[in-house]
Design a protein around this ligand. Sequence first.
Ligand code: ATP
Ligand code: MG
Length: 417
Amino acid sequence: MARLQPVRGTHDILGDKSIRFRTIFEIFRSVATRYGHQEIDTPIFEFTETFKRTLGETSDVVNKEMYTFEDRGGEHVTLRPEYTAGIARAFMSNGLQQSTPCKFYSFGPIFRYERPQKGRMRQFHQMDVEIIGVPEAQADIEVLAIASDLLNELGIGQHITLELNSLGDPESRNDYRDALVKYFNGHKGALSEDSLVRLEKNPMRILDSKDEGDRLLIADAPRIGEYYNQETKDFFATVTDGLEGLGIDYQINDRLVRGLDYYCHTAFEFTTDQLGAQGTVLAGGRYDGLMEMMGGPKTAGVGWAAGMERLAELISEDILHKPNRPVVVTPVGAISQTLCLKVAHDLRTSGIVVDMGYKGNVGKRMKRANKQKAIFAILIGEDELLRGVAMVKNLDQGSQEEVSISNLANYILDNEK
Ligand code: ATP
Ligand code: MG
């Protein structure tokens, strides 16, 4: 017999949660569109290589979290564990190199084999923003402004901190890397097993370790700011000046490295203390090396992804985009049934939310109307039918009024608020 539970770490989205998701997505789409971003939908699975090569061998995502399988044709494919690599692949597959800058937004499910817990699922949803083909810091400022506007329009900006860092250009990064290798080599005995591997392959990733022993060592590790060259300093200053000009607050966090390997220069996270341990709601950065890593021409990029489930927990009830309250059409006796169907249909084509029960007497139908928080009930019996009118009850005020059937839609539209 089929098991009737969803797979561990996956969830059905319905009811209040659907309305929350829908609201957040609509606000997101509105903000992204105002910044000139266009929607892109990439496939939910890609060749495994697309992610393996770009996210980095030492990233948790590639090491432990990907949903990878061999399809019936023997292709190795992976369910989307993040957006950027797939969008970069799409940028190249569609020959968009001549059309830069490309400004995209996207929304959909993401899959990671993680230990399910509060705020951490195996299928979750991200909203994503990318600007491709702009090496200038203006693009970093712009994606940060989109994030900031989004959080403010969701009504949660005041609970969220922007943590900002620069990972430097390749030169600064290499110098810092050498300093880290030197430091951690001197403390090899105290490093976790995972971090010993990182030390060989990508030492900066050690800074992202959640191991307690590692964290103690990290506290005294060299700081990246001391290794910035002039170019890195100038780039970072342009970003911070831009943010200040827009009135976007930030905190420098020089331990912030992103979980994926392809970032350089700007890296950031928007965090909150309102969600317990999983407090990062939105994160991203610049990835100028990504396209080359994928075998394409050198192309700059910067973007972010936000976790829908975490945002949905934060937003307040009163910003939700709820459907309008319904109008209930109620036939009084069998004779007006057919006319009522027509009335309901005409109201719906006028844009009004209409419910009409499938059976039951007037009492039962009115009970249901109250339960649905209907705003009006439209009653039509034999007498009304003959005169071409309907009795419209305002269920909030308890008042009623006779309205000609030909004028019903206008009456409702004028009187529903
Ligand atoms: P973490 O350090 O929490 O594992 P991450 O660095 O893996 O985060 P990103 O890859 O930057 O996360 O993903 C961007 C956002 O997507 C996160 O900030 C978070 O809001 C959300 N997110 C990431 N993983 C999950 C998950 N397993 N379940 C729900 N939301 C998630
Ligand atoms: Mg993670």
